[in-house]
Structures are given as structure tokens and as C-alpha cells.
Design a binder for this molecule. Structure first.
Ligand code: XMP
Length: 308
């Protein structure tokens, strides 16, 4: 039986012993894993942990304020707005894997700069069991990472043996708000995997708003309790529409809502039609650039959860 208070006590002692008088850094994403790892490490070493939150310009609506409000009292938080840098690097890129590589590289560059500045020797990560089991268990428990400019950081992974449900129990025990505990997973590259084709400020704005509308309606209907993820994808398909008496030509947005246990497979459940219609109406009414909303009905496999 998993006892969260025992786990917390032991994890805090382990981190204290491991890091000693050193300094550590963690990339805080706002998701439950990195949030719990940050709070545990901060209990162990206090302000010698710097939690870095990087805004890559592809975050959800309200995310920056949300993270600041939730964590500024709990963590030594360093907020970095690198959105211009990311968007500049992504300009003209359409290939999804290339987008991921660029975002990963720039993220590490930004992170390394901060780690160097604060003299960090340790990197705390919110890795949980499925993360390394999926990568065939090749990552060893105590290993180092060498960042691109040669900075070597020792890895601390307090949640390594846990599964998501246990991390959620810990989050509750640590007094983190429900909003974090119940949050749907959000991919590291953010809205980049939900924007097909080139990423532009206009497309980010449209995709971000459409995602916010989906979240608002799904949460209002209580469907967040049964869905694993629920979001909107901005395609680069332009379709004809009509607004008033005037022919319009705008974007096609796809709604994607899936049930899953671990994201390895996923299923599209039957969803209440009135909610689908309400989301569709809101998106076309509130985002003038969108003329058409479609619903994805493909399971994983053969599809993936995200579109890119
Ligand atoms: P797919 O689309 O592969 O997604 O079925 C499975 C789960 O992983 C998330 N996802 C990512 N998370 N970086 C991440 O941190 C990524 O590049 C990435 N791609 C997909 C996705 O949201 C889903 O929960």
C-alpha cells in the first residue's frame, strides 16, 4: 500500500543527502510530475533549488499567470520569457519532427544558460516509471547529463519508481491545488504539435483560443473526469464558409477528445452531441478566422493522440 507521507519523508531525506550543500535546478512545466518533484526538492534544499519555467510562446491560455500564482509562494521560481527566441527559430518550419527538435534544442540552451548562471550541479527531473520503462529501462538511476556547452549535471529523479496515480496522491498530500492534480497532460512542445504547417503568431493565437474554449466547455460539463485529453487542432486546410451573406474563407479546426489510461492507446468515446455543437458554435463565433469545425473520431492506433 502506497503511503504518501512516508514516501515524502524518505524522498526529502534522500534529496538532502544527495545534493548536500549543492545547488539544483528543475524545469517546471506546470504539469503534475514536475510540480511534485519541484515541491519535494524544495522541501529538501529550499532556495538552493531554482525552478525554471520557460515560456516558449506555445503555452495554453493563462498558463504563465497560473504557474506564477500557484508556485511563487512555494518555490524559488525563475520565469523566462523566451517566446521571441523560439518563434524566430521556428519561422518557416513546417515539418513536425523538425519543430520538435528545434523546441527541444532551444529549451536546453535557455535552461543551460540559467543552470550556468546559478552554478547548479544537480538537475531534478519529474521522471516517472512509464517514462523510463518505455525507453527500455536504458536510463540508469544515478546518471549525469552533459549539456551542449559542456555543463555536467547530476540527475535526481525522486519520482522514478512511481506511476501517475501515485504522483497525484503525493500532489494532494503536498497540498497542491486540484487544478494541477486533475490537469490533462500537455505536451512539452505545447501548441506546436497542434498547429499544422508553419507556426505564426496568428495561428498560435487561434489555436490557443480554440483550445481554451474546448477546455472551458469540457470542464463545465464535467467531462474532464472521463477524458484523458481534450483539445483543438488548427489545420492548415482553408475552407469556404459563409458569414452573414458574405462568402468567407478560413481555417478548419479539428476537435480531439480521447479516453486513455496511459496514452499508449486511446479511444474516442461517444460524446454528448450538445457539447460538441456548443464548442463548434463558440469556436466559429469567437474566432473569426475559423470557418469550419470537424470532430476527430480516430482511435490510437492507428492515429496518434496529437496531430503532429
Ligand atoms: P501521441 O500523439 O504520440 O501522444 O499519441 C501521446 C501522449 O504524449 C503527449 N505528447 C508529447 N509530450 N512531448 C511531450 O512532452 C512531445 O513531443 C509529445 N508528443 C505527444 C500527447 O499529448 C499524449 O498525451
Amino acid at each position: 500500500m502506497f503511503k504518501p507521507s512516508d514516501f515524502i519523508k524518505k524522498a526529502v531525506e534522500d534529496i538532502k543527502e544527495r545534493v548536500g550543500d549543492g545547488r539544483a535546478i528543475i524545469a517546471l512545466s506546470g504539469g503534475v510530475d514536475s510540480s511534485v518533484a519541484s515541491v519535494l526538492a524544495s522541501k529538501a534544499i529550499g532556495d538552493r533549488l531554482v525552478a525554471v519555467f520557460v515560456d516558449h510562446g506555445l503555452l495554453r491560455e493563462g498558463e504563465v499567470d497560473y504557474v506564477k500564482e500557484t508556485f511563487s509562494d512555494r518555490l524559488n521560481l525563475r520565469f523566462i520569457d523566451a517566446s521571441d527566441r523560439f518563434l524566430e527559430e521556428l519561422r518557416g518550419v513546417t515539418d513536425p519532427e523538425e519543430k520538435r527538435r528545434i523546441i527541444g534544442r532551444v529549451f536546453i540552451e535557455v535552461f543551460e544558460e540559467v543552470a550556468g548562471e546559478i552554478g547548479a550541479e544537480y538537475l531534478v527531473q519529474g521522471t516517472i516509471a512509464p517514462d523510463w520503462i518505455e525507453s527500455e529501462g536504458k536510463i540508469k538511476s544515478h546518471h549525469n547529463v552533459t549539456l551542449p556547452h559542456g555543463l555536467v549535471l547530476k540527475i535526481v529523479e525522486p519520482l522514478r519508481e512511481l506511476y501517475k496515480d501515485e504522483v497525484r496522491i503525493l500532489a494532494r498530500e503536498l497540498g497542491l491545488p486540484d487544478k494541477i492534480i486533475k490537469r490533462q497532460p500537455f505536451p512539452g512542445p505545447g501548441l506546436a504539435v497542434r498547429i499544422i504547417g508553419e507556426i505564426t503568431p496568428e495561428k498560435i493565437r487561434i489555436c490557443r483560443r480554440a483550445n481554451a474554449i474546448v477546455e472551458e466547455e469540457i470542464i463545465a460539463a464535467g467531462l474532464d473526469e472521463i477524458l484523458w485529453q481534450y483539445f483543438a487542432v488548427l489545420t492548415d486546410t482553408m475552407v469556404t464558409g459563409v458569414k452573414g451573406d458574405i462568402r468567407d474563407f478560413g481555417y478548419l479546426v479539428v476537435l480531439r477528445m480521447v479516453e486513455s489510461i496511459d496514452a499508449m492507446t486511446a479511444r474516442v468515446p461517444e460524446l454528448p452531441w450538445d457539447i460538441i455543437r456548443r464548442i463548434s458554435k463558440r469556436i466559429t463565433a469567437e474566432i473569426p478566422e475559423v470557418t469550419h469545425v470537424a470532430l476527430s473520431v480516430s482511435d490510437k492506433p492507428p492515429s496518434t493522440i496529437e496531430f503532429a
